[in-house]
Ligand binder design. Structure first.
Ligand code: S3P
Length: 435
């Protein structure tokens, strides 16, 4: 096969080793929250190491359209002069691009505001379920129209009341939407969840000066409260690091170090999963910055290869964004990777269960697909293939990692989608890969 790269296709050749040290752009989840809450707050929020991904640019553009003043200096420094509590309705719809986080969390922020707002997204986002935010917000009294449960999302003025809501599916975005509405609503709003999902909204709300109360299974906010601007450095994105951590775990002589990586316990489950697979993970220099844990992480592969593991229950929810890359390296483990209770993967930027199975098969692997997961048997050698990323950033990056241990050169189609969360991915991958 003779392959050529284009602006949408990348060729990944097999690697001999992964070595180096990396400092990654800011966490996508945290950047979204700082952009949205900074847009609503009083004063000027000053951020460094803001996510370079297109998704967080969508959040920034939305708050800008809503009246916040945004200055971007190009090196991850962002200044946001917030609207001080009142967003201005826009003539044009607010474009959330590919970003479910933007659409769902912004809907919560806008539901208690005066005026009408329309939220639109790209083809992938327009297929994703929005009823999950409409339902609790409607319970609060919000007036929200969807089309068949999907975007466009139209929000009309309404007076909201506080609620006590138990999320039916673990979702940090739904939890955040309700909390962001509760922040601006008189009374005590409580969100309960059976699995503790990422808690960046809770930490960010506190950072912006809001008072919230937490128990093991619930978080409550008494509204209304005002937010005040922050100055913060966004920690490196652990979900971006995941691709490199998994790559390093595949090569016996690897050594990879990440500086200033976000290590929020609700996000760092991948380190436990890699440890369970036999990788050696070291964590140093742990500190707290704006409520978030940050540290240095070193990864080395086990000399005799990765073992295998099952990911189900709460673990599946906590690892939801890392499951594609874990599944993609499953064939190179001894005992395989089993994933269950991960039905949510089917409603991400793509149907990630179907695409992981399709691409593993294209690379010659045996894989069994379940409604809520996958069995990827171990001890399989993958061969080069043409990968269908489905325009999904995490699929493009996951199979770029699988390609490092395959025989032959792999073509990643839709490789440009990596820029949704991690535009530097291919450059940094080249930087740490020995061939
Ligand atoms: C996110 C929450 C998760 C995750 C997404 C980012 C967030 O989605 O998959 O990439 O920043 O809150 P759900 O809330 O739909 O589980």
């Amino acid at each position: 096969m003779s392959l050529a790269e284009t602006s949408t296709e990348r060729i990944i050749a097999p690697a001999r080793n992964i070595l180096g040290s990396l400092r990654l752009p800011g966490d996508k989840s945290i950047s979204h929250r700082y952009a949205l809450l900074g847009g609503l707050a009083h004063g000027i929020t000053r951020l460094t190491n803001f996510s370079t991904g297109a998704d967080c640019a969508s959040s920034l553009a939305c708050v800008e359209a809503l009246g916040a003043k945004v200055a971007r200096s190009g090196d991850g420094k962002i200044e946001i002069e917030g609207v001080g509590g009142t967003f201005h309705p826009t003539d044009a719809p607010l474009d959330c691009g590919n970003s479910g986080s933007t659409m769902r969390m912004l809907a919560g922020l806008l539901a208690p505001q005066q005026g009408s707002f329309a939220l639109i997204g790209d083809a992938s986002l327009s297929r994703r379920p929005m009823e999950r935010i409409r339902k609790p917000l409607a319970q609060m009294g919000a007036k929200i129209d969807l089309t068949d449960g999907h975007a466009p999302v139209t929000i009309h003025s309404a007076k909201l009341n506080a609620i006590d809501y138990t999320t039916p599916v673990p979702s940090a975005q739904v939890k955040s939407a309700v909390l962001f509405a509760g922040l601006q609503t008189t009374g005590r709003t409580t969100v309960r969840e059976s699995v503790r999902t990422r808690d960046h909204s809770e930490l960010a709300l506190r950072g912006f000066g809001a008072h919230i109360e937490r128990t093991l299974e619930s978080v409550s906010i008494e509204g209304p409260q005002q937010l005040h601007a922050i100055e913060a450095a966004v920690p490196g994105d652990i979900s971006s690091a995941a691709f490199f951590l998994c790559a390093a775990a595949l090569f016996p002589d690897s050594n990879l170090v990440f500086d200033s990586l976000g290590l929020n316990p609700t996000r760092a489950t991948l380190l436990d999963a890699l440890t369970a697979l036999g990788a050696h993970i070291g964590v140093l220099n742990l500190e707290e910055k704006s409520g978030e844990l940050v540290g240095t992480v070193q990864v080395n592969a086990p000399r005799d290869g990765l073992t295998g593991t099952t990911i189900s229950g709460a673990l599946a929810a906590q690892l939801i964004d890392e499951l594609p890359v874990l599944a993609a390296i499953g064939p190179y483990t001894k005992n395989g990777i089993r994933i269950r209770d991960a039905k949510e993967l089917r409603v991400k930027e793509s149907d990630r269960i179907a695409l992981v199975a399709e691409n593993l098969r294209a690379m010659g692997a045996e894989v069994i697909e379940f409604e809520d997961g996958l069995d990827v048997p171990g001890g399989q050698q993958l061969h080069a293939a043409e990968i269908n990323s489905g325009g999904d950033h995490r699929i493009a990056m996951a199979f770029s990692i699988a390609a490092l241990r395959a025989t032959g050169d792999t073509l990643i189609r839709g490789a440009e989608s990596a820029a949704i969360s991690f535009p530097e991915f291919f450059t940094l991958l080249d930087q740490v890969t020995e061939r």
